[in-house]
Design a protein. Structure first.
Length: 155
């Protein structure tokens, strides 16, 4: 579960810094999976005024410190079934093959496309192309790793 790819960490914080979203949906709880005990890593941080919500793929692993990192946490079934009524400037789906193995993956992609302005993904799969209407995709590269910023239009 613990991720160590520094490029993933860099692009997570860089997207938040560049886009300055007021609200971020962390699908798969990236900060939890890299072992953060705060909103900081590699001398970068998610600003305190930014609302950070998570969708947890690994609820069996839980420590109270994550209650201080995330403003709210949704479970996969709840998010897949009904999404969230909240609107986000950015949804992040990084470093998790678990997302694509979920039976509810197409529903989660649809829900992300309805609640987020942008999605930052580490894998631009056919599932995204089929389930989420978007205006354009921007390929980002950090060293050998590729990421995709999907412009989902006004959420």
């Amino acid at each position: 579960m613990i991720l160590k790819n520094e490029n993933d960490i860099y692009i997570f914080f860089e997207a938040i810094e560049q886009l300055e979203p007021g609200r971020v949906l962390d699908v798969g709880m990236f900060l939890k999976r890299i072992g953060c005990v705060s909103r900081k890593a590699m001398n970068r941080e998610v600003p305190e005024e930014t609302q950070l919500d998570g969708v947890d793929f690994f609820p069996e692993t839980n420590f109270p410190v994550w209650d201080g990192i995330y403003d709210s946490v949704l479970d996969v079934d709840g998010f897949a079934a009904k999404g969230t009524p909240d609107l986000y400037g950015l949804a992040v789906v990084l470093g998790t093959e678990e997302f694509y193995r979920q039976k509810a993956c197409p529903f989660m992609i649809q829900n992300i496309s309805q609640c987020a302005r942008y999605a930052l993904v580490s894998r631009y799969s056919e599932q995204w192309k089929q389930a989420a209407p978007f205006l354009r995709s921007i390929e980002l590269q950090v060293e050998q790793d590729r990421y995709y910023l999907l412009d989902l239009g006004e959420a």
